[in-house]
Ligand binder design. Sequence first.
Ligand code: DNO
Length: 361
Amino acid sequence: MGFKMTFRWFGPKDDNIPLEYIRQIPGIYGVVTALFDIPVGEVWPEDRIFELKRMVEDAGLKFEVIESVNVHEDIKLGLSTRDRYIENYKQTIRNLAKAGIKVICYNFMPVFDWLRTDLAKKLPDGSEVMEYNHEMLKNLTPDELVKSMEKGSQGFSLPGWESYRLKQLQSLFEMYKDVDENNLLQNLIYFLENIIPVCEECDVKMAIHPDDPPWSLFGLPRVVTNKENIEKFLKAVDSPYNGLTLCTGSLGANKENNIPELIRYFGKMGRIHFMHVRNIKFTGERSFYETSHLSTDGSFDMFEIMKAIYEIGFDGYLRPDHGRMIWGEKGRPGYGLYDRALGIAYLNGLWEAIDKMSKMK
Ligand code: DNO
């Protein structure tokens, strides 16, 4: 038994890639998606979840992973109002379980989700990729960064850059002034202590996404950054339902994180429920751009990564991650059809070779 190959889809209103096209990608199992219009902190209504499920299943695809149910900022900040939002989160988990959801991907990054300084850097072959330049970022104010992300988004909403977050930028920064890494970690543990019993009851696994990039920005704390930190909250709430989305591109942006080793380590603990697999090319100590998935295009050895996934006997969900914009496609930066589909074909090829070779021995 192998892993289940999935593809991120942004829903009928906000994705220009039809489910029918996704269905034609070789080896595809299902899509990972979300109700993108439900305000953060509110309960996801059952009827809306079932409507989405029907749409996906009618196209012949499985609906078993949500990316993401976002966590309200009051929970991350540890405010007294957090309990109300945690109750809502629990109800959302129960509602998703009724629709057959098995894994929920989420993150615990303050204010911003993932960050890039250029959403359409042109490579010599004419393809466009997303870039993170640490020196450039250091010279930007948060407002300038938001403007540049909005400008580069080609009119598509970007996951993690929902307008509600950006409206409160100033006040959020103010509130995080007194929250250090340890406070944030404690707030994450409090959240997990409360929701994991519900996950156990409903058989829904939580899969936290690493911080992207995995270091502090604009003085904001970040905790899902390396083996040591991840282990702290996995052990604090020691249940298989408290797991990870292991994103190779996010964690791997810190050269000290050895991705195949992390896959083996957390995989053997039974804590990896979702894999995001992509390659990046370093241009400096903390700077990189996102390439095609091919090993020789970037800095990661994708064969070693897939081999580690194979060796832990991974049977969870996996998806290709950000791709390039190629062949004239117009779409959401990182989330076009063509390059992600090429990524899938390549990852499937690596997997088949690893599988057959290991059976020949
Ligand atoms: C970016 C994505 C993230 C991810 C969230 C998970 O493209 O990898 O937005 O979905 O951090 O909650």
